[in-house]
Design a protein around this ligand. Sequence first.
Ligand SMILES: C[S@@+](CC[C@H](N)C(=O)[O-])C[C@H]1O[C@@H](n2cnc3c(N)ncnc32)[C@H](O)[C@@H]1O
Length: 246
Amino acid sequence: MSVGNTGLPRADVPAAFDVGAPAYDRLVSSSPGYHAHLRLSARRLRLPDRGRGLRLLDAGCGTGASTAALLAAAPHAEIVAFDASAEMLAQARAKPWPASVRFVHSRAEDLADAGVRGPFDGILAAYLIRNLPDPDGQLRALHDLLRPGGTLAVHEYSVRDSRRARAMWHLVAWSVIIPAGRAATGDASLYRYLWRSVDNFDGADRFRRRLREAGFTGVHSETMTGWQRGVVHTFLATRPTPPEQA
Ligand SMILES: C[S@@+](CC[C@H](N)C(=O)[O-])C[C@H]1O[C@@H](n2cnc3c(N)ncnc32)[C@H](O)[C@@H]1O
């Protein structure tokens, strides 16, 4: 995965989200399909019995949009949601949540120090992996946080495999996302970073391979509807069950 030339070192991404946090919900709500697509990715985890008895992790929960999607798919589950941006988390915590949802301020890289321990039955990582300094190390860490047989859903932009998707991404980024971000916050740098980081990110084929290299099996992906078709994907990957437990 190319991590260079995005105009923002990966370690500084959470601080950029601190600045963008007050406008985040307003901006994503004006993006058609944003919440529906997160809910679709959460449903694609195929969590049984509306989550009864399950523990779920929302990795990089931001203002809680992906947490709400997990909650809709599994209202009976215990959900741990973490993010490295204090301001994004403050937006999330200000919303009403059932007692089964807990927010933790932590970088993905420091979860053990923050007291977040597995096993989890399912993990949703929405728009997170592309932002990490060491995506391979963190994919392995998410694998290890799952119980054997548990599933990771990575909800992410990936446009490099398709000229049409790449063209659509450039069009939407430059005609909508960057101008709207600048208008809402007075600073377009986070949104220009978003454009570049998506453009530089793995194609779907490469990312599926990356998941297999991190130890996952059953790796596959499905895309979305609307302008996000071929642009945003759910990548699904399972921690294999050891033969003696199968
Ligand atoms: C685009 S937002 C997505 C938020 C939410 N998942 C959603 O779908 O709306 C990406 C989030 O990842 C967080 N993030 C970036 N790098 C991180 C890291 N190393 N550890 C934890 N969170 C991180 C940012 O702070 C930000 O809130």
